[in-house]
Design a protein. Structure first.
Length: 218
């Protein structure tokens, strides 16, 4: 599923005090409409996988259109494609578009083992650690791709609790994605990548990588 309950707010991110919550009367969309627009924007943003999290439980495949809970925050966890996302295929000589972890491991062992000095105890210079490291980096990129595609590892998050209704915070997240995608469309992809790196840094600071696969199974 692509929804998670209850709200999975990023650790360490500040929360908006109740007295500071805002209304946005100009935004007339219902909760279901706001969620629908958010899903469409996530598709336009070419995310590989995502989870929409809030304190309203999903009803079937859709959030129930009910009054907002006391905590109106919304967090969208997602992973994105990268410019060099598929370079590991050529490096590891993998032709399958959906390789398994075992496929990746076998390809890596077949290509890289021969270059690591530990496999040449009698003559360590026979190996080439630089070539070995290149294959190892490709292996890591391949495993990272699988994790992001399957939702086992969400690298980015946009979390907003500025407004006094869940539907408004859903809309705010959707608009944030529109603006980020606009940077890419206007020819500034590097700015977008740096923004996404900022999300990753905020998530991993002092914690290591977060794993929200369990949340998507709720």
């Amino acid at each position: 599923m692509k929804e998670a309950y209850p709200l999975a707010w990023p650790d360490g991110w500040p929360r908006t005090l109740l007295r500071d919550l805002k209304d946005r009367k100009a935004w007339k969309d219902t909760l279901l409409q706001s969620v629908g627009k958010l899903r469409k924007e996530l598709t336009r943003s070419k995310v590989l996988s995502y989870v929409i999290s809030c304190n309203i439980p999903p009803s079937g495949e859709k959030f129930a259109d009910v009054p907002s809970p006391a905590d109106t925050g919304v967090a969208v966890w997602f992973s994105r494609e990268r410019p060099d996302d598929y370079s590991w295929q050529e490096t590891l000589h993998i032709s399958s578009p959906s390789p398994s972890e075992r496929d990746i491991g076998d390809a890596f062992k077949r290509l890289a083992a021969q270059y690591h000095p530990q496999y040449h105890p009698d003559n360590p210079r026979t190996g080439d650690i630089n070539i070995y490291m290149r294959y190892d980096e490709a292996r890591k990129r391949a495993l990272d791709f699988i994790a992001r595609k399957t939702g086992a590892n969400y690298q980015c998050v946009i979390a907003i609790d500025t407004f006094n209704e869940v539907r408004l915070n859903m809309r705010a997240v959707q608009m944030a994605l529109v603006y980020l995608r606009g940077l890419e469309n206007c020819g500034a992809p590097m700015i977008l990548e740096r923004a996404m790196e900022g999300f990753v840094a905020a998530l991993t600071e002092g914690k290591g990588e977060r794993d929200y696969a369990s949340a998507s199974a709720h």
